[in-house]
Design a binder for this molecule. Structure first.
Ligand code: BDR
Ligand code: CA
Length: 307
């Protein structure tokens, strides 16, 4: 068994990534820690708790930060729906998270499994940064951190050059990127190139006919519309699931090792991931960056997890 801890701002694509990990027979999800991002924290918690329950899993879900370290929260409800799960009428109320703040849980679970724990981040890096500020040694205890965030090459989805998770809390991202952890970044470019589903491809998954297959597709209702009108994609894309796929099976992608910095300015200078492709800064690479992915292997893994 491999131990995972997942940090998420649970909305529609995070939920599918959670399903993939929770349904993987050789992975023990030790904890799910939740931060505000796509939706406000209470909503993200309900979405994570609902997803865990639907999977029949027992991973504990913990509440973390309700806003970025220094900035105000600006949610992505226009992308994922008011409830973050496509506004399709799911009963997303009344479930209770486990005790313990996400930053404490990250510290304790990582320390308890030092050297044998994969951290997967699917949202703004606020909780992870807070945990690292309190206990910098965590960086050496994590086997590898898979980060859905940033852009390896190409354009952004919030500004022309920034991706939502990094843009939302760039100061947190900077702390994590400079922490010394073993890290793999799966940027939004990998998602729109290899993890986009048009109506026919989505229907193929839905036709698997299980409650999980229907859930995985139906909760993308708002995202599907947004992806077409605002992101010029043929259908919805699944950034968090393809990052999760890389964490489950790193062979699903190909990578380069680069120095990657995060910009913490304002406007166009907020939350960029600056990849030093040619090594012009002469600084040691600290990030494995996904450059391409095997779409078919990803789709097969996704289908298996909801079958
Ligand atoms: C990221 O932002 C959110 O919309 C998704 O859940 C994903 O984590 C993509 O930019
Ligand atoms: Ca997310």
């Amino acid at each position: 068994m491999r131990n995972f801890i997942i940090d998420t701002d649970t909305a529609s694509d995070d939920a599918v990534a959670l399903v993939m990990a929770l349904r993987q027979p050789d992975i023990a999800v030790k904890a799910i820690t939740v931060a505000a991002g796509n939706v406000p924290l209470p909503m993200a918690l309900q979405n994570a708790l609902y997803t865990v329950e639907l999977c029949g899993a027992d991973a504990p879900v913990h509440a973390g930060c309700a806003k970025p370290l220094l900035r105000e929260l600006e949610t992505a409800q226009v992308v994922h729906g008011h409830d973050g799960m496509g506004d399709i009428g799911l009963a997303l109320q009344g479930r209770r998270p486990a005790d313990g703040h996400a930053a404490d849980v990250l510290r304790d679970v990582i320390a308890a499994n030092a050297g044998d724990i994969t951290l997967v981040t699917l949202g703004p890096l606020t909780n992870v940064a807070l945990a690292l500020l309190r206990e910098p040694a965590l960086a050496r205890q994590v086997s590898r951190c898979y980060i859905m965030g940033g852009i390896g090459a190409g354009h952004g989805n919030v500004t022309p050059t920034a991706e939502f998770n990094i843009w939302m809390d760039p100061e947190a991202a900077k702390i994590v990127f400079e922490s010394g952890m073993n890290m793999t970044m799966v940027g939004w470019d990998i998602s729109w190139k290899y993890a986009t589903f048009d109506a026919e491809q989505a229907d193929e998954i839905r036709r698997i006919g299980t409650p999980l297959a229907e859930f995985a597709v139906d909760i993308q209702a708002t995202l599907a519309e947004f992806s077409k009108t605002e992101n010029a994609l043929p259908g919805f894309d699944l950034p968090d699931p393809i990052a999760m796929a890389a964490a489950i099976d790193p062979a699903i992608a190909e990578y380069g090792e680069f120095r990657v910095d995060v910009t913490t300015g304002e406007g166009l200078e907020r939350g960029m991931t600056v990849v030093d492709v040619l090594g012009v800064t002469k600084r040691k690479p600290q990030m494995r960056v996904a450059a391409s992915a095997d779409r078919q292997a990803f789709v097969d893994m996704l289908k298996r997890s909801v079958s």
